[in-house]
Design a protein around this ligand. Sequence first.
Ligand SMILES: [Fe+2]
Ligand SMILES: [Fe+2]
Length: 149
Amino acid sequence: MEAALEEVLAATDPAAVRTLFAEIADKLTMHIESEEQVFYPAVKAQRTEDILLESLEEHLSLKRFLADLLPLDPAQQTFEPKFKVLKEQAEHHHKEEEEHLFPKVTKLLNAAQREALGSEMLALQRHLEKAGEPREAVVTQTDAAAPLR
Ligand SMILES: [Fe+2]
Ligand SMILES: [Fe+2]
């Protein structure tokens, strides 16, 4: 994901930026959806609740940036600064998940359970990809953070 974000910044041709950004927006949306629908509910426990709630707020912010960026022409002056903030927030979010959430998840679920969860997330991501343009879903999810189920 982070390499793909870098690629957008490195691209100079607006048409290339648009294509790369659409791909990232799809991937990020599918990732967020699979966390909100599969991963977070499966790892919800007393010791993960705070970090999950914070993560859902970070997802909301990422969705809002995606929703802002999707209709923008990459040649517009606001595209790049907005994209850079999205990139920073995505990186911060991933770091928090890796440093704070995943160690707790390792204690909650055994390897086989984590493996099964990963497969379930992947299956949902494939389903969303098949349905076409998963990024379009973020536009309807910018009002409030998804509930912790
Ligand atoms: Fe996340
Ligand atoms: Fe994540």
